[in-house]
Design a protein. Structure first.
Length: 76
């Protein structure tokens, strides 16, 4: 019998990082695809750098557009 190839579980947890502020940051594969295809294509394939930036940022700013959003920066 041939097995049917499994599709990636898009809504399963993909990344989980605890930020320097102690905030648990999570994303699903589906949302990671939105991030890497639409919002920030330059981070595609750079999951380790994203994790490092969230865990050990050089700077954290509050977004001017949405005060509930924190922006994490790191010089790589």
């Amino acid at each position: 019998m041939n097995k049917i190839p499994q599709k990636p579980q898009l809504h399963k947890l993909y990344l989980e990082i605890k930020s320097r502020l102690g905030i648990q940051v999570t994303t699903t594969l589906a949302y990671w695809n939105v991030i890497t295809k639409i919002k920030h294509p330059t981070v595609k394939g750079k999951e380790p750098e994203v994790k490092q930036t969230l865990g050990e940022p050089d700077e954290i700013r509050v977004s001017r557009k949405d005060k509930a959003v924190l922006l994490f920066y790191r010089d790589c």
